[in-house]
Design a protein around this ligand. Structure first.
Ligand code: OAD
Length: 246
């Protein structure tokens, strides 16, 4: 990206309410694979219906558990990048700032963002497959995974939203509110294909927000975005911060 549109800086300077939707692209520069990028995306190599559904877990809990254990290790080794860190700074500039993420890697919280809504859950947490009861802390050691919830005796699963499951209600409601009230709505590093998350920028645009897309490639959001910034989140977001500082 060569330069930022001056109009965007003006709009941000007068904004009070800012909301953001992030997807896997913001963590790509931290080494966490995206889902739909042609060569490197997870769904290019693995079948989501065999790994990311309750039916898949019921059919082969060990396979699903081990696939998530591998991803959990990737996420645990990853560090927030310049994009995550710029969002931490951006939050400090606005009275009302809401960051909704589809990512389960926990990197926004690790970076220090305060108001984070994890729409698809977190790979860093666990819950009982039968009852949904959350696990406090780490799973017990186990020779024959998945381990069991110490209180319920049910199999432990990652606390992420699988295909066919409902999103956490409070996080979704709050994300919709933020989209409807936003003066500026950022959509960053998401292919805009998974609903209801993909409806948030549309809600924002309908309610009159300036929609800003940050993505190296075109997405369905590009049509509704007021500004489509073609570049990596780790480069474009720091450039926005710098422009606001001048
Ligand atoms: P996708 O893998 O579908 O899309 C990643 C997007 O990030 C693409 O549009 C890339 O062009 C873009 N991208 C890649 N590198 C980037 C960078 N450095 N900076 C900015 N953008 C970059 O991931 P999501 O849209 O997040 O759901 O996928 C949405 C949901 O689908 C995920 O939350 C997951 C998946 O199935 C669940 O697990 C429930």
């Amino acid at each position: 990206m060569s330069h930022l549109p001056a109009d965007l800086t003006d709009v941000l300077r007068s904004a009070r309410c800012v909301a953001v939707l992030t997807g896997a692209g913001i963590s790509a520069e931290s080494g966490v694979p995206t889902f739909r990028d042609a060569q490197t995306g997870l769904w290019a190599k693995y079948d989501p219906t065999e790994l990311a559904t309750p039916e898949a877990f019921a059919r082969d809990p060990r396979l699903v558990w081990e696939w998530y254990a591998w991803r959990r290790e990737l996420c645990a080794a990853a560090k927030p990048n310049a994009g995550h860190l710029a969002l931490v700074e951006l939050e400090k500039l606005f009275d009302d700032f809401t960051l909704t993420t589809q990512n389960v890697d926990g990197l926004h919280l690790l970076a220090g963002s305060r108001r984070v809504l994890e729409l698809h859950g977190s790979i860093r947490r666990y819950k009982c497959f039968d009852t949904g009861r959350p696990l406090e802390g780490e799973p017990p050691p186990c020779d024959d995974p998945p381990p069991r919830h110490p209180d319920t005796g049910g199999m432990l699963r990652p606390d992420v939203v699988w295909f066919g499951e409902a999103l956490p209600e409070a996080a979704l409601m709050e994300s919709i509110r933020a989209a409807r009230e936003a003066d500026v709505y950022f959509t960053i590093g998401t292919s805009a294909l998974v609903y209801p998350a993909a409806s948030l920028p549309i809600e924002a645009q309908r309610a009159g927000a300036t929609v800003v897309e940050i993505n190296p490639t075109e997405t369905p959001f590009s049509k509704i975005a007021t500004f489509s910034l073609r570049g990596k989140a780790g480069e474009v977001l720091p450039a926005i911060l710098q422009a606001l500082d001048q």
